[in-house]
Design a protein around this ligand. Structure first.
Ligand SMILES: [Zn+2]
Length: 157
């Protein structure tokens, strides 16, 4: 295809989408209660979910882009509607990653080619963007994924 590719988030407002080639890293967007500090993902309208807090509003905030695997699974079958699955369907892994700073667990797909056998509980993951599917007009629909984090340079032999 010779046309410049258009990209849009497959879900609006759940993550930032830096330009292709930008050095900026994508970030999840959640909500935080200014009164009790409770974090929520995905972002939503309305009051604080904490039953012992009466704050009527939440603030949009960026969330950590790294976390550790709390649980994971592998989908061997296409998800039911309204999820749009690749056709032909390819099995993929899902990771539930715990954001330490926020104490939130965020479920996300793992990039293609990385399966459950490659994952383990406690593994450090980082947020990346991936194309979920391409529209008929060539627009890429982008989602966040959890990819194994790049080593931070520590030598633990
Ligand atoms: Zn609250």
């Amino acid at each position: 295809m010779s046309n410049p590719t258009t990209r849009k988030p497959a879900v609006d407002g759940w993550f930032t989408m830096p330009e292709v080639g930008s050095s900026e890293a994508p970030t999840l967007i959640g909500c935080r209660c200014g009164r009790c500090g409770t974090y929520v993902f995905p972002p939503r309208e309305g009051g604080c979910p904490n039953p012992s807090c009466t704050s009527p509003e939440l603030e949009r905030v960026p969330l950590s882009s790294r976390g550790r695997i709390w649980s994971y699974t592998e989908n061997q079958y296409a998800p039911p509607p309204p999820y749009v699955a690749a056709d032909p369907f390819e099995p993929y892994a899902l990771a539930a990653v715990e954001l330490e700073a926020e104490g939130l667990i965020v479920l996300g797909k793992v990039p293609k080619g990385i399966m459950a056998a490659d994952l383990k509980v406690g593994m450090e993951m980082q947020l990346e963007l991936d194309t979920l599917f391409v529209d008929d007009d060539g627009t890429e629909n982008v989602v966040y994924t959890w990819a194994p984090a790049a080593p931070t340079g520590g030598d633990d032999r």
